[in-house]
Design a protein around this ligand. Structure first.
Ligand code: HEC
Length: 133
């Protein structure tokens, strides 16, 4: 009997851990996207690189107006490419939420609806997606 209880407890423990892990899936995915698409320029830990690539950690722009950040991700700016061709719109939401909530940044989430709305607006514009539109 005791053995069964122990087994049950272990099983429950494992379930709880699994649930906790799936609650973190967004940031795990965010971390993966960051490593693959951002880190080469913005560096591990969002530290940035000299005067060339701005740090994303403790960055007023990253932690500031959501809409500006969403537009930057969709349109790019100067040396900052747009990732519209490489990432799904859901992944853009994930990466925005990742950089707003990593390395001590704690600026809350944007919603998929906010990203979709900006996407639709830009898609309708004549100049469309692309650096600095
Ligand atoms: C090829 C290098 C490169 C890559 C890759 C890159 N960036 Fe950038 N990023 C830049 C440069 C350069 C700037 C500064 C643009 C400017 O001067 O206006 C910038 C600016 C930014 C800014 C605005 C910072 C500010 O202070 O205005 C954010 C936010 C940002 N990048 C996020 C990202 C994210 C998220 C990714 C990955 C999806 C990424 N970047 C990938 C080069 C890059």
């Amino acid at each position: 009997m005791n053995k069964i209880y122990t087994l049950l407890l272990i099983a429950f423990g494992a379930l709880t851990i699994t649930n906790a892990a799936s609650a973190q899936d967004i940031s795990a995915e965010g971390a993966t996207i960051y490593e693959e698409y951002c880190e080469a320029c913005h560096q591990p830990g969002g530290e940035g690189f000299e005067d060339t690539y701005p740090p994303l950690k403790d960055n007023i722009f990253v932690n500031g107006d959501k809409e500006e950040l969403i537009y930057l991700m969709l349109e790019g700016r100067a040396g900052m490419p747009t990732f519209i061709e490489d990432l799904e719109v859901e992944q853009l939401t994930t990466i925005v939420n990742y950089i707003r909530n990593s390395w001590g940044n704690a600026s809350g989430d944007i919603t998929q609806a906010e990203m979709d709305e900006a996407y639709d607006l830009i898609a309708e514009e004549d100049d469309g997606f692309g650096p600095g539109n």
